[in-house]
Design a protein. Structure first.
Lengths: 361, 529
């Protein structure tokens, strides 16, 4: 886990800049890699146990009302998905398969879970990237303004707006935005990643904007961007509110420091004081929050994806859960765990970039 | 803090970024409706219940709608009429007197979309593959064997009398695939097909049928695209392309109103109320809600009491339930839905009679009993929430002296108790496996659903004798009379109380012609004019 404090995040401070720096980095990365692997195994175990503790039978969830009465169909289903084995054997077999890059076959799509994730993850990544970039630009910007105008009307307006952002239920906001911006005003397209008649751009990354750009498919690029805006903004609203409040609070805390007063007394222009002496240290905690927010965006898009017919991992996770699709549930759990592990690592590494005093130990 | 120019610029930039994100798209206007004006592309929106399009494995609502236009079947139904099968790949059929042998004569000159001719061996391969895969639809072929005495004739032989065979073969799960192509893709109809058949992935990429459309792209969560089969034997389809998108019902409504889609499949009567500028095809769904009072004394001495069962039957205010379900829904007069052969007419169902219900309860000697009714709280069928329906039943039975404790559970948990036959009372629904009254023999004592209500064999010998006779009767008039007799008996005694058939609505753009609701596949997209 990452915490707001770099020290608590396990990312401070080696003794010297030179000498062991490169070795420190390597050791740090190896340690985090090892921790990550243990975490992933732990998560598979927890997910496996929990999904088996849930009352309900995957056979009942996946076979129809008549097929369930057919012993041959039930036996075939159990055999196909390994459910005829003892639970510990199922788990060990799953782990062994995962080590070989096989996440199993989804009981709902009847395809390899890895193939499903390869199809759905890029859609969610594209949406989450749009949302996090929008959130950072708007949220940090508003946070700076709010801090600069502390307790004056711009601050008060921004505080009210950001409170609204973090308080508004996402499903309500999504329906409202859909109704107003698509249905009433017609400014933005409705659901999906492209217009229904358009064919996806030639596959490269699975991110339609990137793929269309690389292949010069401008009409598709424009369509992909327009389809991103509505769900992306709805998804971003909470993060904007959170980053605004966090940026403001961090900056106000730093503004009270003696060195900031000294900078002002030296006659430095206000924007230099804010930008160089306040914002930069404040960004450390903002980055922590942004990292977690991005992970949340990647793993918490179920409602937005459902309302905007966005074929991402959120919808896949939802369908997996309601169908007790164990291989898919495990695959999604692994994906989300991986997202958090990688993003925490990235955030920790970014501390050193933002603040040179912080080094890896 | 003083206002600096830099801070002002920052504020403007931050707000501008947000506005630009909206405005850049806002200026472009709405995307063009998908060809509704040209008639080239039809966009259909539904909330996907879709796992596969392989006919041998498919048995989900959305899959039935799609496979219907990818694959032909021996017989089919036209429009919304599901009371009598009509020719499709088979031009005619004959049934033996013992209802064990059905002989189908195939249409001549039909070709698959890939150009291969459709032969009797393709039919045999397709049906036996579905049977031997041991998948969801395999039960359709239980006890049935397909053979081809010559290239234009297929014979289905059932081990036991099976009057439902003409209705069964209309199911898109028994769609006819190109045996040669599917075999090349790893498919097999052998007895070991459950493990040996590997054709599903290919059939989810390329359809190997002879229907009016072919598969262009497939996703279980976003959309399925179909392209017209220009060589379809039944004439060129109206739309060159059909896009079926996975969309939530509330969004379906806005999309169809705005012209983003041309057909919305899943709107509830409440959602459809007040819509204008579109056509609303209003029909009753074949899904049938019912209450069961467990007949087993081991499970409950209360619900197994015949007088208690009568009190429940008379104590439910059916018009109130119909009102709750909305326009287009109807009271289920019997256990067989209104559109099937043998259904009872509207006035023949149970009627609300609280005085009679109270009298029956008094006769039961149970006083004012308390019972537990289980239902799937996270499930809605045709827009009707089980929770809402359960609360209404609870409210009405309270008025006749029965206290119902509601036990809402996730569908998976509730199903376990239902299937095990351990629920004291249950609120469930039955969707037809095939549109034939024989499917409802499952409700008889000792049969699949009967046992779930603790109704064991021998509980009602007269009724069971009627059911046994109905199972082997092939003449429609005689069958109709028998099934009506069965339901009339069930409306006076027994553990089941049919409640309602909810509305099944189709909302379409006015440009869509011949839009008809079908009990099996929701809408036949190949019939649209």
């Amino acid at each position: 886990m990452t915490s707001a404090s770099p020290a608590a995040a396990g990312a401070p401070r080696s003794r010297t800049r030179s000498g062991g720096g490169r070795h420190d980095l390597r050791r740090f990365l190896l340690r985090r890699l090892g921790t990550g692997v243990v975490l992933l195994i732990g998560i598979t175990l927890v997910a496996f146990v929990v999904t088996h503790l849930v009352p309900g039978d995957p056979v009942a969830a996946n076979l129809g009302q008549s097929a369930i009465g057919d012993p041959a169909a039930v036996a075939a289903f159990r055999h196909q998905y390994g459910l005829d084995q003892p639970v510990p054997v199922q788990y060990l077999r799953y782990l062994w398969d995962v080590l070989q890059g096989n996440l199993g076959i989804s009981e709902q799509s009847h395809r390899p879970v890895l193939a499903d994730l390869e199809e759905y993850v890029p859609a969610t990544v594209e949406l989450a990237l749009f949302a996090i970039v929008t959130s950072l630009v708007i949220g940090v910007g508003l946070g700076i303004v709010a801090a600069a105008f502390r307790d004056r009307w711009p601050d008060q307006v921004i505080r009210v707006v950001s409170l609204g952002g973090v308080s508004m239920p996402v499903f309500y906001l999504a329906l409202l935005a859909f109704y107003l911006l698509f249905f009433r005003l017609g400014w933005l397209p409705g659901g999906g990643r492209l217009d229904p008649t358009q064919v996806a751009p030639t596959h490269l990354t699975g991110l339609y904007t990137v793929d269309a750009l690389v292949h010069g498919q401008w009409e598709l690029l424009w369509s992909a961007i327009r389809h991103l805006v509505l769900p992306g903004l709805v998804l971003a609203v909470y993060t904007i509110g959170m980053l605004t409040r966090f940026t403001r609070a961090s900056m106000l805390e730093i503004m009270g420091n003696d060195y900031v007063r000294a900078a002002r007394l030296k006659g430095l222009p206000e924007h230099v004081v804010i930008l160089r002496h306040v914002l930069r240290p404040a960004l450390i905690s903002v980055i922590t929050v942004a990292g977690l927010a991005f992970a949340n965006l990647l793993s918490g898009t179920v409602l937005v994806e459902n309302i905007f017919a966005w074929p991402g991992v959120g919808q896949y996770a939802y369908h997996s859960a309601v169908n007790l699709d164990l291989p898919a549930i495990m695959g999604v759990s692994l994906f989300i765990a991986l997202v958090y592990i990688v993003l925490n690592l990235v955030v920790d590494l970014l501390y050193g970039v933002i603040d040179p005093r912080i080094r890896l130990s | 803090m003083r206002l600096s120019r830099w801070a002002a610029a920052g504020a403007v930039a931050a707000l501008a970024a947000g506005v630009a994100a909206c405005g850049s798209s806002g200026s472009s206007g709405t995307s063009a409706a998908s060809g509704s004006a040209s008639g080239g592309t039809l966009v259909v929106e539904t909330s996907f219940v879709l796992k596969t399009l392989d006919p041998g494995r498919m048995f989900e609502t959305t899959g039935l709608m799609i496979d219907r236009v990818l694959y032909d079947t021996l017989l089919t139904y036209k429009g919304s009429n599901v009371s009598k099968p009509v020719p499709d790949l088979a031009t005619s059929f004959t049934a033996s007197a013992d209802a064990k042998t059905f002989t189908f004569t195939l249409r001549k000159g039909v070709k698959f979309a890939n150009g291969d001719p459709v032969t009797a061996s393709d039919v045999v391969f397709s049906l036996m593959r579905t049977k031997n895969i041991d998948g969801n639809p395999s039960f359709l072929m239980a006890g049935i064997t397909a053979t081809a005495p010559n290239s234009g004739t297929v014979v289905l032989t059932s081990a036991t009398p099976n009057t439902a065979i003409p209705a069964i073969v209309t199911n898109p799960a028994l769609g006819i695939v190109d045996a040669k192509a599917v075999t090349a893709d790893g498919g097999t109809d052998s007895a070991k097909a459950a493990s040996a058949d590997k054709a599903e992935a290919k059939l989810n990429a390329v359809s190997e049928g002879s229907g009016p459309y072919t598969l262009t792209s497939f996703s279980t969560t976003s959309q399925v695209v179909l392209t017209a089969n220009p060589d379809y034997w039944g004439g060129k389809p109206k739309y060159s392309e059909i896009v079926i998108r996975n969309v939530e019902p509330s969004v379906q409504k806005l999309d169809v109103l705005r012209g983003e889609s041309q057909i919305a499949v899943d709107l509830s009567p409440t959602q459809a109320a007040g819509m204008s500028g579109v056509q609303i095809v209003n029909g009753a769904s074949p899904n049938l809600f019912f209450v069961l009072s467990n007949d087993s004394k081991k499970v409950s001495t209360v619900t197994s009491n015949p007088d208690f069962q009568t009190a429940v039957r008379d104590g439910i205010n059916y018009p109130s339930l119909v009102q709750l379900a909305g326009t287009g829904s109807v009271q289920a007069a019997g256990i067989i839905p209104t559109m099937f052969l043998g259904s009872l007419s509207a006035g023949q169902g149970a009627s609300y009679n609280p005085a009679k219900a109270k009298a029956a309860l008094a006769a039961s000697g149970l006083g004012h009993p308390t019972v537990t009714m289980s239902y799937p709280s996270d499930l809605a069928v045709n827009g009707i929430s089980f929770g809402d329906l359960a609360a209404r039943v609870q409210q009405e039975l309270a008025q006749v002296g029965i206290t119902v404790k509601l036990q809402g559970q996730s569908v998976e948990v509730a199903l376990a108790g239902y299937r095990a036959g351990t629920e004291e009372m249950g609120l469930w629904y039955w969707g037809p496996d095939y549109p034939d009254p024989s499917d409802y023999l499952n409700f008889m004592p000792g049969e699949l659903v009967g046992l779930r209500a603790g109704w064991v064999k021998g509980s009602d010998p007269t009724l069971e004798a009627l059911a046994a006779k109905a199972a082997v009767t092939t003449q429609d008039a005689a069958r109709k009379a028998l099934y009506q007799q069965i339901q009339e008996s069930m409306n006076t005694s027994g553990p089941f109380v049919p409640l309602i058939q909810p509305a099944q609505l189709l909302v379409g753009a006015s440009s869509v012609k011949n839009l008809q609701s079908n009990a099996l596949w929701l809408v036949n997209l190949g019939e649209l004019g």
